[in-house]
Design a protein. Structure first.
Length: 160
């Protein structure tokens, strides 16, 4: 993936600590500690559905940029399951809803979005197709998500 063209392009995220002026309650701290970056409920739902349709895949391939959640190497498909908060779903509207620790969360989420764009480009440069699904898409409309993946795989089978 390489470094940024210029270090100035990288969004700076301040450290989340009291010395930097960021505060959190013990309850919120506990809740945040339970948020998973891998094997989340939506990711498990998608994996089980793919497996049930006889679609085989690899998990969290560290050899690829961004460590995709699901990889189908034969067809060069990388799938990410993105949480709405962490990856900036409807960011223009939702940015305003962040009430506490804005000086941390806004750059943090914008940095995640920037990283997602870099990862997408790096994977495309390796001839991978990147699918990014929001967790709400998987939870609310799994058949549509599966159909999109199946159509892509069928297209790749017919025209490699």
């Amino acid at each position: 993936m390489g470094n940024y063209e210029e270090e100035a392009d990288k969004i700076h995220v301040p450290r989340f600590e009291e010395a930097a002026g960021f505060y959190t309650s013990p309850t919120r701290s506990f809740n945040m500690s339970k948020i998973r970056s891998r094997n989340s409920k939506p990711e498990l739902i998608l994996r089980k559905a793919l497996w049930a349709k006889n679609i085989r895949f690899r998990l969290h391939d560290k050899s690829l940029p961004g460590t995709p959640d699901i990889v189908i190497k034969k067809y060069k498909l990388a799938i990410f399951v993105d949480g709405e908060f962490w990856h900036g779903f409807d960011w223009k509207n939702n940015k305003e809803r962040i009430k506490s620790n804005q000086l941390f969360w806004i750059p943090k989420i914008e940095r995640n979005m920037q990283k997602d764009r870099r990862v997408n480009k790096a994977l495309r440069d390796m001839d991978y197709v990147v699918f990014r699904f929001w967790t709400q898409d998987i939870l609310r409309n799994l058949p549509k998500v599966l159909n999109q993946i199946e159509l892509f795989l069928e297209t790749r089978r017919l025209w490699p």
